[in-house]
Design a protein around this ligand. Structure first.
Ligand code: F42
Length: 143
């Protein structure tokens, strides 16, 4: 069983800890907006990594936005998902096995981007402040 390595960012690590230790009944939001936790595999360490993201649902799918607050570089979990698309998504008390793919088609990306900005308007501000094209993944049930 791979080991879990917590985020080095304290507020993130603390949110994961509260969310998971409460079985998804606490720590499930940020500024009143729903948060999910994406469990992914470290592409270098093979470790279990847990990444909270804003909850953006598209039917049974989730839209994962690698915004990192509009930083000039991608969050490193982006590379984890590229290396291993098999993730678990905790959405409140529910945990789903899912498979992610980066959205390349521009029409699909625009549709999903609009849904994401509707759910969390700051995404647009983040995109406006960086030349980096913020990657969008769609997570679909692993079937
Ligand atoms: N981040 C977003 O990008 N989008 C969101 O919608 C979002 C919402 C959100 C809500 C609540 C919350 O608490 C946090 C939220 N975040 C959101 C922040 C998000 O959870 C991440 O903290 C942030 O995106 C940065 O991701 P990161 O993967 O770059 O984190 C860094 C700080 C990190 O964990 N670095 C580790 C370290 O030791 O420096 C390494 C992590 C890692 O995965 N290492 C890989 C491995 O093998 O283990 C190697 C990765 C590589 O290739 O280098």
């Amino acid at each position: 069983m791979a080991e879990y390595i917590p985020s080095p960012t304290e507020w993130v690590r603390n949110q994961v800890e509260l969310y998971e230790s409460s079985g998804g009944t606490e720590g499930t939001s940020l500024n009143g907006l729903a948060v999910i936790i994406v469990t992914n595999k470290g592409r270098k360490t093979g470790a279990i990594r847990k990444t909270p993201l804003m909850r953006v649902a598209d039917g049974d799918n989730y839209v994962l936005v690698a915004s990192r607050g509009g930083a000039p570089t991608h969050p490193v979990w982006y590379y984890n998902l590229q290396a291993d698309p098999n993730v678990e998504i905790r959405d409140g008390v529910d945990v789903h096995s899912m498979k992610v793919r980066e959205v390349e088609d521009s029409a699909e990306r625009q549709r999903l981007w609009d849904i994401a900005v509707e759910a969390f308007p700051p995404y647009q501000e983040y995109q406006d402040k960086t030349d980096r094209s913020i990657p969008v993944f769609i997570a679909e049930p692993a079937g």
